[in-house]
Every structure is written in C-alpha cells, then in structure tokens.
Design a protein around this ligand. Structure first.
Ligand code: A1EHT
Length: 106
C-alpha cells in the first residue's frame, strides 16, 4: 500500500525547506513510496503540513554501508547520521533511502 503522506521531525523542517536535506532514511514500513509521487509533508509532533515533496527515487541501503555522501545529503556528519538513525530505528540494518525535492511550500 503506497503512503499518501509522510512526516518528519520538526527539527528537520528548516533543512528540508532550504534544500540542504534531500534524502531521508526509513525502515521498510515507511518506504512505500515510488519515484514520481508527490506527497504532503507534515511534522511528526503536531501533524502540521509544511510542504509537498516529489519523490525522485527509493533504494535499499544497509546501515553499515552509509557513507559521507549520505550524510551530506542529510546535512549532517556521518557520525551524527548514524547516531540519529540509531535513536529512531535501534539496531536496524536494512534501511531505504528516499530521495526527494520540495515542490510546494507553506
Ligand atoms: C515518525 C517520523 O517522522 N520518522 C522520521 C524518521 C526519520 N526522519 C529523518 O530521516 C533521516 C534518516 O532517518 C534523519 O534525518 C531522520 O531524522 C524523520 O525526520 N522522521
């Protein structure tokens, strides 16, 4: 079943809107989006809509294969990215990289 919306933690809103965060790494349950889809984005905390994103692609990626390139696309250092993912998805190895661009803003 395709997702019809996606949420992000509020603390990433600025980076998403400024275009410095262009990927998100999710678990399998949150990976059901496809290239070409446009999705409304809201904050996880209060479900406040703040933009629409266009999905560029979705590819599987292992936690252990994360590189500086992924971190750069998250506007973080690699150690920061690994720590953030470990907090959200403790011990999870199989992730999915969703690449996106913002197409409409609040
Ligand atoms: C419930 C919900 O909203 N979940 C998530 C899950 C992930 N992320 C961000 O994606 C990147 C890799 O995981 C990091 O920047 C994360 O913080 C997010 O913002 N929100």
């Amino acid at each position: 079943m395709l997702l019809t919306k996606i949420t992000f933690f509020e603390r990433f809103e600025h980076d998403i809107l400024s275009g410095t965060k262009t990927i998100t790494l999710r678990d399998e349950t949150e990976s059901h989006v496809i290239a070409g889809q446009t999705l409304p984005v809201s904050t996880f905390e209060t479900d406040r809509w703040f933009c629409d994103i266009h999905i560029i692609d979705v590819v599987p990626i292992l936690f252990s294969d994360l590189s500086d390139q992924h971190a750069k696309q998250e506007n973080m250092s690699l150690s920061e990215l690994r720590r953030v993912i470990n907090e959200i998805y403790p011990g999870l190895e199989q992730l999915f990289q969703i690449q996106f661009c913002v197409v409409r803003e609040k």
